[in-house]
Design a protein around this ligand. Structure first.
Ligand code: 5GP
Ligand code: MG
Length: 175
């Protein structure tokens, strides 16, 4: 039989848009008169990043980094690698990291350490979703969209083995 996953809606597109507006206001408030550098983590954060920058109304720059810890499995391997590095110089910049989801926290704490070594003026984390029930490494999230349950979610940039990224809402994947 063909594998037919069930998608159950968790966060709809209007709720996402409201959260993106709120996060943009919070970031704008902190960075008035500055030119922050937004660093998106590929590939999951690209949809969120695209919506967020258009709400920010700041003369920002952006860059992307690609990390690898997952493969096709749903569990973090615990080992993180930089697959594609950053082009923009970091030193002295106000850096905001934009992440789709903080799960165990292993990926983001690796990245924050990696970026700190490049001596930014400030470094903050903006995450669309957080799964605190699965945390293994403590992470402080400066700008958070939603706290979500420990289940696997897809849509709005988030995939399962590269599927479902195009969905405009966020779903729990039930199999
Ligand atoms: P962590 O290192 O915090 O365990 O995992 C972080 C990364 O795993 C996220 O950036 C995301 O790419 C992926 N991830 C964690 N939980 C989920 C989930 O529920 N759905 C999807 N699609 N990816 C997830
Ligand atoms: Mg990710």
């Amino acid at each position: 039989m063909v594998f037919q996953p069930q998608l159950k809606i968790l966060i709809n597109r209007d709720e996402i848009a409201q959260a993106v507006d709120r996060l943009a206001c919070e970031i704008k408030r902190d960075y008035r008169d500055k030119e922050p550098l937004l660093v998106g983590i590929l590939r999951g954060s690209f949809v969120f990043m695209a919506d967020l920058i258009r709400r920010l109304d700041l003369p920002l720059e952006l860059d992307f980094i690609r990390l690898c810890s997952y493969g096709a499995a749903r569990e973090s391997s615990g080992q993180v690698r930089v697959v594609q590095g950053l082009k923009a110089p970091m030193r002295g910049r106000d850096v905001r990291v934009v992440e789709d989801i903080v799960d165990t926290g292993i990926t983001i704490s690796f990245l924050l350490d990696y970026l700190k070594r490049r001596r930014p003026a400030s470094l903050k984390l903006c995450a669309l979703t957080d799964k605190p029930s699965r945390r293994r490494v403590s992470v402080s999230i400066d700008y958070l969209g939603f706290t979500v349950p420990g289940e696997f979610i897809v849509g709005y940039g988030l995939d399962c083995a590269q599927r479902f990224r195009y969905l405009p809402d966020i779903y729990v994947l039930e199999d």
